[in-house]
Design a protein. Structure first.
Length: 317
């Protein structure tokens, strides 16, 4: 099935019999938008999500369950199962956003800055000083090369974001130029197993890992507003990283840090055994719910921020 940008109307058609040897199956999209039948049953068979049409059992629509999950998948399902359905099953393309372009620009800049620092630390006696390893001009050049100028609504907004990023990196440099963090890994990938009836992989990437002497510190950069206190839900991402890191390193994880770029501040904490057990259980339970295939919308205040609010009939008006 293909659709173009209709000016006045959009029409779907389908027939079982076009005179051939075999009956024709409908597009899965006709079933999903209830044009075939509104009587559906969903279940998981052999690790695949199956949507059954009770009137026409032969017209099953099948989606292969993922063998691995990411934090973005889990977070989307937690926010709204229908958002997960649109994003990770139907894979509907979404329009980019200025804050995403800005976030990628900042993450890319910091990654390249710290990669250059790591390279220079090997042959420099003052390896603990950021200012001895990289200068402000180099930081500016890296930022310029890492800048993503897409999805800003106009030239003014783009210039405002660009200046904001430049100021953030200048403050970052000033904060660390006399004492650089001892970075050992940048953009460190990980994978670990989660039990949810069957065994699934959970994959992710950690922004930065520092050596703090008796252990390691996991750092995640944030471009949003700084927090003063974190709830369990807000800690989840780093708690998952702490879980994953248990099998990765020869030293224990001693600190977790959300590094807020807006004002170059940090919130540090460390997950307790109880919190780690709770987040592991959360992952398993969420994957189990995804396997059930009940992608029922959760209308609420988050609807206005959802990428799919223009097509979701269940959104909060």
């Amino acid at each position: 099935m293909a659709m173009t940008r209709a000016r006045q109307g959009l029409f779907f058609s389908w027939g079982e019999d076009y005179g051939g040897m075999r009956k024709k199956k409908p597009s899965r999209f006709l079933t999903e938008i209830n044009l075939i039948s509104d009587q559906k049953d969903k279940q998981v068979v052999n690790n695949s999500l199956v949507v059954k049409d009770k009137k026409k059992e032969k017209n099953n629509v099948e989606y292969k369950m993922p063998v691995s999950f990411s934090f973005s998948q889990i977070a989307a399902f937690k926010n709204c199962p229908k958002q997960y359905y649109y994003n990770f099953i139907l894979k509907i393309p979404v329009r980019g956003k200025a804050q995403f372009s800005f976030g990628k620009s900042m993450h890319g800049s910091l990654q390249r800055i710290m990669e250059l620092v790591l390279t220079k630390q090997k042959n420099n006696k003052e390896k603990n000083k950021l200012g001895a390893l990289i200068n402000e001009k180099e930081v500016g050049e890296i930022y310029k090369a890492s800048w993503i100028g897409d999805w800003y609504k106009d030239k003014k907004e783009k210039e405002e974001y660009y200046k904001k990023g430049k100021d953030i990196l200048r403050d970052f440099y000033d904060k660390h130029k006399e004492r650089s963090p001892k970075v050992i890994f940048i953009e460190k990938g990980f994978k670990f197993k989660v039990a949810a009836g069957e065994i699934y992989s959970f994959k992710g990437v950690i922004d930065r890992i520092d050596d703090i002497g008796d252990g390691y510190k996991i750092v995640d950069y944030k471009t949003g507003k700084p927090k003063e206190k974190l709830t369990f839900d807000e800690k989840k991402q780093l708690l998952i990283y702490q879980l994953a890191a248990g099998d990765l390193f020869d030293k224990p994880i001693k600190k977790l840090s959300f590094y807020y770029l807006d004002n170059n501040s940090e919130i540090e904490f460390l997950g307790t055994n109880k919190e780690l057990e709770k987040v592991e259980s959360f992952l398993g339970n969420t994957i189990e719910k995804i396997k059930e295939g009940n992608f029922i919308a959760k209308p609420g205040i988050l609807c206005k921020y959802c990428d799919f609010n223009t097509i979701c009939e269940d959104r909060q008006k």
